[in-house]
Write a protein that binds this ligand. Structure first.
Ligand SMILES: *Cc1c(COP(=O)(O)O)cnc(C)c1O
Length: 393
C-alpha cells in the first residue's frame, strides 16, 4: 500500500538546526503567516515583534538599516528602494502644499529635478541657492521655508557647503536641515554631529559598493518625523527588495576597508594628475589649491574622500581619446563602485545645461569626474597617465 499522493503546493517546514547560520539569511517572503487574529493584533500593537507584509518591512531591510543607523549614530532609519525613493520619502513625509523648500544649486541631478519640476506641481514651492555662500542661502529663505536640502560636497565640482553656517541658520529659523550624505559617507562626515535633522543616502553607491543593488536610506533624529517618513515610504511603496538589501549588507562588511583604500588612492591619483602635461586642473578638496580647502579640512578632518575631478586640455576631442585609451576603467555615470569609474558630466549628468551654464560651473568639454576604487594605486596612475598622454597626442 502506498500513501495517497501529497500535494507540492503545501510549504515544507524549514529544517531545524541547533546551530545558526553565520551569514545573514535572505528572506524573500512577501507575506508572513500569523497563528491567529489575536496573535496578529499583538504584533500590530507592538506587543510582540514580527512582520506581516514585505512592503511594510522585512528582516533584510531592517538588518541593513540597523547597520547604517550605527554608522550615522542614530536609530530607526528606513531603507528604501533607491536613493531617490529616500529623497521622495523625506520630501513627501515632511512637507505639505504651501511649504517652501530650499535646495543646494548643485544637488544630484534628479534631486534638482524633483525640486524644480515635481514638488511645485504638488503645491510645494522651491528655490535653489549656492550652499557655499551663506548670504545666498539666507536671502533665499522665506517665512514658509520648512526644509533645506544640501549635499556637503557637490557633484562634480566638489565644492564644500557651509555646513556650520547653514545649520545655525536653520536652527535659528526653525527649519529642518536634510543632508544627502551619499558622497561623503559617515566614514568622512556625520551630519547629525553638525546640526542636521535628517540624513539621506543613496546606498547604491559607496555603502553597497559593488554596483549591483539599487537602494536608499533616510533617517530623521526626531522620532515623530521618522515615523512620518517611514509611513510615507510604506504607503507610496518605496520599499526595497530583500535581495538588494542582502547584497548591500554583504557589501557593508568591507565598506570601511574599501573607503580607506579608495581615499588613499584618490589622494595619490590627484597628486599624479596634477603633474601630468595635458591636465589643466585637478579638483580635490584635500589639495591646497581647492577653493574650499580650509572648510574641507575643518569639516572632514583628515578625510578627503574617493572623488576627484580634473580637466583635460583639448576639449571634447581629448575627452574622446582619453576614454578610448583606458577601456579597462569603466566609463559609466555612477560612483562608489569597488573599481574606479569615470564620468564625463557634459555628456551625462550635466548634458541638459547649456554650454554657457556649464562654463559658469567650471565644467568644460575636457572635464572628468573620477570615482576612485580600490585597485593598486600604481596601476591606476599608470593606466590613467597613459590615457592622458594618448589624449594629448
Ligand atoms: C545616486 C545619487 C542619488 C540617487 O540615488 P539612486 O540610488 O540612484 O536613486 C541621490 N543623491 C546622490 C548624491 C547620488 O549620488
Amino acid at each position: 500500500m502506498t500513501k495517497p499522493p501529497r500535494t507540492l503546493v503545501r510549504r515544507t517546514a524549514w529544517p531545524e538546526s541547533a546551530s545558526r547560520p553565520v551569514v545573514t539569511p535572505l528572506q524573500p517572503s512577501v507575506v508572513y503567516a500569523a497563528e491567529s487574529p489575536d496573535a496578529l493584533d499583538a504584533q500590530y500593537e507592538g506587543r510582540v515583534p514580527g512582520y506581516a507584509y514585505a512592503r511594510e518591512g522585512h528582516p533584510n531591510a531592517d538588518v541593513l538599516a540597523e547597520k547604517i543607523d550605527g554608522l550615522e549614530g542614530v536609530s530607526g532609519g528606513v531603507v528604501t528602494g533607491s536613493g531617490m525613493a529616500a529623497v521622495t520619502a523625506v520630501m513627501l513625509g515632511c512637507l505639505k502644499a504651501g511649504d517652501h523648500v530650499l535646495g543646494g544649486d548643485q544637488l544630484y541631478g534628479r534631486s534638482l529635478r524633483m525640486l524644480t519640476d515635481d514638488l511645485p506641481r504638488l503645491g510645494i514651492a522651491t528655490a535653489l541657492a549656492d550652499p557655499t555662500d551663506i548670504a545666498a542661502i539666507e536671502a533665499a529663505l522665506r517665512p514658509e521655508t520648512r526644509l533645506i536640502l544640501i549635499e556637503l560636497v557637490s557633484n562634480p565640482t566638489l565644492r564644500v557647503a557651509d555646513m556650520e553656517g547653514i545649520a545655525a541658520l536653520a536652527k535659528k529659523r526653525g527649519i529642518l536641515l536634510a543632508v544627502d550624505n551619499t558622497f561623503t559617507t559617515p566614514r568622512a562626515f556625520r551630519p547629525f554631529a553638525h546640526g542636521a535633522d535628517i540624513v539621506i543616502h543613496s546606498v547604491t553607491k559607496l555603502l553597497a559598493g559593488h554596483s549591483d543593488a539599487t537602494l536608499g536610506y533616510a533617517v530623521a533624529r526626531d522620532p515623530v518625523l521618522q515615523k512620518a517618513i517611514r509611513d510615507t515610504a510604506v504607503t507610496l511603496g518605496l520599499t526595497p527588495s530583500p535581495f538588494d538589501c542582502w547584497l548591500a549588507e554583504r557589501g557593508l562588511y568591507s565598506f570601511e576597508l574599501r573607503y580607506d583604500r579608495a581615499e588613499e588612492n584618490a589622494a595619490a591619483l590627484a597628486e599624479a594628475l596634477a603633474g601630468m602635461p595635458g591636465v589643466e586642473r585637478v579638483i580635490y578638496p584635500a589639495r591646497a589649491d581647492h577653493p574650499d580647502h580650509a572648510r574641507a579640512a575643518a569639516l572632514l578632518g583628515r578625510r578627503s574622500g574617493n572623488m576627484l575631478s580634473f580637466e583635460l586640455a583639448g576639449g571634447r576631442a581629448a575627452a574622446n581619446a582619453f576614454t578610448r585609451a583606458c577601456p579597462q576603467i569603466a566609463f559609466a555615470p555612477t560612483l562608489g563602485d569597488i573599481g574606479t569609474t569615470l564620468s564625463h558630466p557634459p555628456s551625462s549628468s550635466h548634458r541638459a545645461l547649456s554650454p554657457e551654464a556649464r562654463a559658469a560651473l567650471g565644467i568644460g568639454e575636457g572635464f572628468f569626474r573620477v570615482s576612485v576604487g580600490v585597485e593598486p594605486a600604481e596601476l591606476l596612475i599608470e593606466e590613467i597617465g597613459a590615457a592622458v598622454a594618448a589624449a594629448r597626442a
